[in-house]
Design a protein around this ligand. Structure first.
Ligand code: PGA
Length: 248
């Protein structure tokens, strides 16, 4: 892997105010020249964004939100967080279209509205796509990816701030990762779909059960620019190990 390599820690609904104590070793690692290609991004729950922002001050580690409302600024939407609020807390990123949100009703159109709104507020988007196990079995993976990309990015004109996270839903939290050939094939397909929309080469990340053991195989997959790590990222030792094994 050349250029920047992304390591995204998606903490989901985990972590407490004491969790930030575990991050010192990671901060030290991020300052080493050897790891300057590593773009480390933390996505803690909303409740911890401010603490993480303070902790990562004067480091190159960025933070991002785990979702946002499609209204950019303010509004009467109890329980929601807007792109403006994420910016206010120091976020540079927001992850959108995660399958855990799609599963509870978020549609391609919802994801599209949120993406356009967050881009307008100068947030960088980690745009998640991926097929379910049933879709894979039906051999419709590529049409699913095509639909998610085209509907999710409808009306987007500037692709400078978009990263794609390919996460097969059947791989998230299951310990099962796609076979090398399948993953390379799907990533090539994603690139082809994107090439019809933009000349930009968007970073493509893989997510789904990435850990400090299978990372040694995943780094050999062609076309990957980084990893979106869920449960293994909540253990800072394991997350550091993933970074070290990728950049050695
Ligand atoms: P996992 O989660 O690494 O625990 O499979 C990945 C994700 O949902 O982003």
């Amino acid at each position: 892997m050349t250029n920047n390599i992304y390591f995204i820690a998606n903490w989901k609904m985990y972590g407490s105010t004491s969790s930030i104590n575990s991050l010192n070793k990671l901060i030290n690692l991020s300052k080493l020249k050897k790891y300057s290609k590593a773009k480390i991004i933390y996505l803690p729950p909303f409740t911890l964004l401010d603490a993480f922002n303070r902790k990562f001050k004067r480091t190159k580690i960025s933070i991002g939100g785990q979702n946002c409302h499609h209204i950019q600024d303010y509004g009467s939407f109890t329980g929601s967080i807007s792109p403006k609020m994420l910016k206010d807390l120091g976020c540079k990123f927001v992850i959108l279209g995660h399958s855990e949100n799609r599963m509870v009703g978020e549609t391609d159109a919802d994801v599209n509205n949120k993406i356009r709104s967050a881009l307008n507020k100068n947030l960088k988007i980690i745009f998640c796509i991926g097929e379910t196990f049933a879709e894979k079995k039906k051999k419709i993976t590529h049409s699913v990816l095509n639909r998610q990309i085209n509907k999710g990015l409808k009306g987007v004109k500037n692709y400078n701030n978009i990263l794609i996270a390919y996460e097969p839903v059947w791989s998230i939290g299951t310990g099962v990762i796609p076979k090398e050939k399948e993953l390379e094939f799907n990533i090539a397909k994603i690139k082809k779909i994107l090439s019809k929309k933009t000349k930009n080469k968007l970073p493509i990340l893989y997510g789904g059960s990435v850990n400090n053991k299978n990372i040694s195989n995943l780094i050999n997959i062609r076309g990957i620019n980084g990893f979106l790590v869920g449960s293994a990222s909540q253990n800072t030792k394991k997350f550091i190990d993933i970074i070290k094994k990728t950049i050695n």
